[in-house]
Ligand binder design. Structure first.
Ligand SMILES: *Cc1c(COP(=O)(O)O)cnc(C)c1O
Length: 369
């Protein structure tokens, strides 16, 4: 049987009754859009973070789009982020009419180089989007300090960091607002698309509710543009309520796999993920690094292991972002990583025998290079 980096079927086999019960509860409720399940999930997700407001939206990309708009980011602004991220981070900035501006990432943990932020801030900069990539947080103090100094907003991209902590603080509680994705592969994943924005600010929350609902506060009257239809689906919200109760167990499961990989792959020459100071990692993707990455991936296919790369093309070098004008070599660490990193299978229900299969295969392949 082929092993992939992610699979949900073992988990579904375990949780099937509860998931189907969630679906049935919504279908029986008499309310299919913005009903009790979305409201309940919003309350529970906010409470989980000790934050005042959560607004459920249709996916993580739109969580960033609406989050930026609610924070007042406008067309023509510049928004600073990284190019070592999922393209949606940058597409969302583009979608609000702002210009993405990039800093490089750190050699040790592939996260935002906050020491480069000051050098790219201009009069047009209105926000910073730190991306808590792979399951651990960006060093947030320099980000929020610089933002305060320049009057900038901070929107955390938490799509890969549900439950991650930075010096004890949960991802999503450190900026002005935080965008989450519940795409199925994520640490907290729905059975389809979903997203949410967290904020402590009641006005930002009110703006988010309007933005996701056609620019309306009540039917059928548009009070302000822009407006979207970006609601979290009622069924996905009810599934997420059930799964939120297991988030701690999902994270523990991921940590156990990461520990086994660390033991099993020690001494191979692969660069294993590192934990940045003060970070509790949730291991969304298990990114390892080796200069012979492409050969390793190719040979692992003989062992029936199909690996993934997060991400094979740095965003600033994609054709779709050529207009931003970033030349080759402009973000050297980001560009080098894209050639050397790959991701090992990682999900909480990854069976122990599959973990052993991966370890053995990787050891053999690397030794035989
Ligand atoms: C998944 C992801 C997104 C986009 O979320 P969707 O729900 O797929 O729209 C944005 N940013 C990062 C870092 C992601 O990993």
């Amino acid at each position: 049987m082929t092993t992939y980096v992610w699979d949900y079927l073992e988990e579904y086999a375990e949780e099937r009754e509860e998931i189907l019960d969630a679906v049935d509860a919504v279908f029986q409720s008499g309310r299919l859009v913005l009903g009790a399940s979305v409201a309940g999930f919003e309350q529970e997700f906010a409470a989980h973070h000790g934050t005042e407001h959560c607004v459920g939206v249709d996916n993580g990309t739109n969580a960033i789009v609406l989050g930026l708009q609610a924070l007042g980011v406008a067309p023509g602004d510049e928004v600073v982020t990284v190019a070592n991220t999922a393209a949606p981070t940058v597409l969302a900035i583009d979608a609000v009419g702002a210009t993405p501006v990039f800093v490089d990432v750190r050699e040790e943990d592939y996260l935002m180089r906050t020491d480069q932020l000051a050098g790219v801030i201009t009069e047009r900069t209105s926000a910073i989007v730190p991306v808590h990539l792979y399951g651990q947080c960006v060093d947030m103090d320099p980000v929020t300090e610089l933002a305060a100094l320049h009057g900038l907003k901070v929107l955390e991209d938490c799509a890969q960091a549900h439950g991650a902590r930075h010096h004890g603080r949960l991802a999503g509680t450190m900026g002005d607002a935080a965008a989450f994705s519940f795409y199925p592969t994520k640490v907290l994943g729905a059975y389809g698309d979903g997203g949410a924005v967290l904020t402590r600010d009641a006005d930002v929350a009110a703006a988010l509710r309007r933005l996701r609902y056609y620019g309306m506060e009540e039917r059928y009257y548009v009070v302000r543009t822009p407006g979207h239809n970006s609601r979290l689906d009622e069924v996905q919200a009810e599934v997420l309520r059930r799964k939120l109760r297991r988030l701690g167990a999902y994270i523990e499961g991921r940590r156990a796999v990461a520990r086994r990989y660390a033991e099993g792959l020690a001494g191979t020459g692969l660069v294993l993920p590192s934990n940045a100071v003060g970070n509790d990692h949730v291991h969304y993707v298990h990114v390892v690094r080796h200069p012979e990455r492409d050969r390793i991936i190719e040979r692992l296919k003989d062992y029936d292991i199909e690996l993934n790369i997060s991400y094979p093309w740095p965003v600033h070098r994609m054709t779709g972002f050529a207009h931003l004008g970033y030349a080759e070599g402009s973000l050297p660490v980001t560009e080098r990583l894209a050639k050397e990193i790959f991701s090992l299978p990682m999900y909480p229900s990854l069976p122990p025998h599959t973990q052993e299969k991966v370890i053995e295969a990787v050891r053999e392949v690397v030794a035989g290079l």
